[in-house]
Design a protein. Structure first.
Length: 54
């Protein structure tokens, strides 16, 4: 699951930015012990609970 792969790469940062190309950028925000993954379109956002995927 993508959430699990993301969690394995995040330590204690508040935000991680993933840039796949000049026009495609994702951000991962850690909010209240959860991860909000937002793709190039905000409608594809997924909220992943850290406790469920740790």
């Amino acid at each position: 699951m993508i959430c699990k792969r993301i969690l394995s790469k995040i330590s204690d940062k508040n935000q991680v930015i993933i840039t796949k190309s000049e026009k495609w950028q994702s951000t991962i925000d850690i909010i209240n012990n959860s991860i909000l993954f937002i793709g190039h379109d905000t409608s594809t956002a997924h909220l992943c609970d850290m406790l469920d995927h740790s």
